[in-house]
Design a binder for this molecule. Structure first.
Ligand code: ZN
Length: 416
C-alpha cells in the first residue's frame, strides 16, 4: 500500500532531486526554483511548501488536497531556494518579520503564451522563513453534473431546478469541498441555454465568457443589497451571488429568489439540512427559508483511486474497525491504493465529489415552518430513503472509485 509518510521526491521531483544532490553535474545549471515549478506543475500540485528547520528543510507539495512529502534539503539549499523565489516574486530578499506576499507569472517555455500565475507568501517562523507558493489556477469545470460525481437522481433534481422559475439552489460544504467547481459547472450548463445569467461576486476571480459578472465594491456603495437591486434591473433569469456568509447576502438571496428569479450560492454547512440552521443564524425567518429553498447540494471531495494500480484486497483492519464502530457491515474485500508510474506512486489521481442532494418536499416545507431542527429534517430524509453523503461515499468506495480511508477522512455526518 502506498505510504504517504515516505518522501515521494524521487518520483515527484526527479530533476530537482538530482540537481540538489549534484549541483555541478547538471546541464547549464538551471535555476532550482524553475525546475521545482516545472516538476510541481507536472505533478498537478496546487501548492508548494518550503519549511525551514535548524537541521533539515522540508519541501512538500499539495496534490489533490493532500500534503505530500517531496524532498529534504540541507539548510544552505533551502535558503538558496527561498531566495530564488523571493527574487522571482520581487519580494525583499532580506528575511522579514510578519508575512508578505506577492504574485508573479511564470512561463514554462517560449511556447507557453499564457503562463501560470503564482502567489508567493513568505512568513517568518521560529525556525526561519517559510515560503508557500500557490498555483493560481482557475477552478476546474466539467461538462455536466454527472462528471462531477453527482448521480442520475441528483442530476435530475438539478435539471428540475433549472427548468423551474425562482427558488434557491445552494451548494453546501466546508472550504475546499469543491463548491466553486460545482457552481461553475452549473453556470457552464446555463451558458448553453438561452437564459440570461448575472453574477454578483466578492471578488470576481475568474471571467466566464457569456456571463455578466459584477464585483461587490463596498467602498463605492455596491454591497450585496444594492448590487442585488442593480442585478434585478438587468432582468436575469438566473443569478449567482457567491458565498452567503452574512445577514446582507442572506437577505439579498431571499429577495432574489422570492422575486421569481433563480438564485445560486454557496454556504458553509456540514450537510444538506445544515443550511437551514445556517440561514436561521443569518437572520432568515422559517417562512422565507421554506418559500425559497429549492435545492441543496452538499458535498465533499475525495481522492480517486488510480485505475492503473488499485487493488481489491481483504478489507484493511483499520477500515474494518471504523466501519464496525459506525454500525456498517464490513465487506470482506475493499479497494485500496497501491502506487504506480501513472499516479507518481501515490495510489490516487485527481478527485471526485461525494454528494447529498436535498430537494425539499411539501413535508419538509411543513417541518421547516414548524421550526424543525437539522436532526428532525435529516431523519425525514433517511426515512424517505434518500442517499446521504456518507452512503454516497461508501457506494463510491464499493465501486473502486475511492478508498474507505478517503470516505472516513471526508468527515461526513454519520448515520444513526
Ligand atoms: Zn497508479
Amino acid at each position: 500500500m502506498a505510504s504517504e509518510r515516505q518522501p515521494a521526491g524521487r518520483r515527484l521531483l526527479p530533476r530537482l532531486a538530482a540537481l540538489v544532490a549534484d549541483p555541478a553535474g547538471a546541464d547549464n545549471e538551471p535555476l532550482m526554483a524553475h525546475v521545482l515549478l516545472e516538476e510541481a506543475s507536472r505533478a498537478r500540485a496546487s501548492d508548494i511548501h518550503i519549511d525551514p528547520s535548524p537541521e533539515q528543510w522540508r519541501l512538500r507539495l499539495r496534490i489533490d488536497g493532500r500534503v505530500i512529502d517531496g524532498l529534504e534539503l540541507d539548510v544552505g539549499t533551502g535558503l538558496q531556494l527561498v531566495n530564488q523565489f523571493k527574487v522571482l516574486a520581487q519580494l525583499d530578499p532580506m528575511p522579514s518579520h510578519g508575512a508578505h506576499d506577492s504574485s508573479f507569472s511564470w512561463f514554462l517555455d517560449d511556447e507557453d503564451e499564457e503562463g501560470i500565475s503564482l502567489r508567493v507568501t513568505a512568513v517568518h517562523c521560529v525556525a526561519g522563513e517559510k515560503l508557500a507558493i500557490r498555483f493560481l489556477a482557475p477552478p476546474m469545470t466539467f461538462e455536466d453534473p454527472l462528471s462531477l460525481g453527482i448521480g442520475e437522481e441528483g442530476a435530475r433534481g438539478i435539471r428540475r431546478w433549472m427548468d423551474a422559475t425562482g427558488g434557491m439552489l445552494l451548494v453546501a460544504g466546508p472550504t475546499g469541498a469543491g463548491k466553486t467547481t460545482t457552481l461553475y459547472t452549473l453556470l457552464n450548463q446555463l451558458r448553453l441555454t438561452d437564459s440570461h445569467v448575472v453574477t454578483l461576486e466578492d471578488p470576481v476571480e475568474y471571467a466566464i465568457p457569456g456571463i455578466n459578472q459584477i464585483q461587490v465594491d463596498t467602498a463605492n456603495g455596491l454591497d450585496f443589497a444594492s448590487g442585488t437591486r442593480s442585478m434585478l434591473r438587468l432582468d436575469p433569469d438566473y443569478m449567482l451571488i457567491g458565498e452567503i456568509r452574512d445577514a446582507g447576502s442572506a437577505s439579498a438571496a431571499v429577495s432574489v429568489a422570492s422575486s421569481g428569479r433563480s438564485l445560486m450560492g454557496t454556504l458553509h454547512s456540514r450537510d444538506a439540512v445544515g443550511v437551514v440552521s445556517m440561514l436561521r443564524q443569518l437572520g432568515l425567518e422559517d417562512a422565507d427559508i421554506s418559500a425559497t429553498l429549492g435545492l441543496v447540494i452538499a458535498q465533499r471531495l475525495v481522492r480517486r483511486l488510480c485505475e492503473h494500480c488499485r487493488e481489491r484486497q481483504p478489507t484493511p483492519a483499520q477500515d474494518a474497525q471504523w466501519l464496525e464502530a459506525v454500525g456498517v457491515e464490513v465487506p470482506e474485500y475493499a479497494w485500496v491504493p497501491v502506487g504506480c508510474e501513472h499516479c507518481d506512486d501515490l495510489g490516487y489521481r485527481e478527485r471526485i465529489g461525494v454528494f447529498e442532494i436535498w430537494q425539499p418536499t411539501p413535508e419538509d416545507h411543513a417541518l421547516l415552518l414548524r421550526h424543525a431542527d437539522d436532526a428532525a429534517l435529516r431523519r425525514n430524509l433517511l426515512e424517505r430513503g434518500e442517499t446521504l453523503m456518507f452512503a454516497d461515499g461508501l457506494a463510491k468506495a464499493e465501486a473502486g472509485i475511492t478508498s474507505l480511508r478517503e470516505v472516513f477522512r471526508m468527515g461526513a455526518i454519520l448515520p444513526g
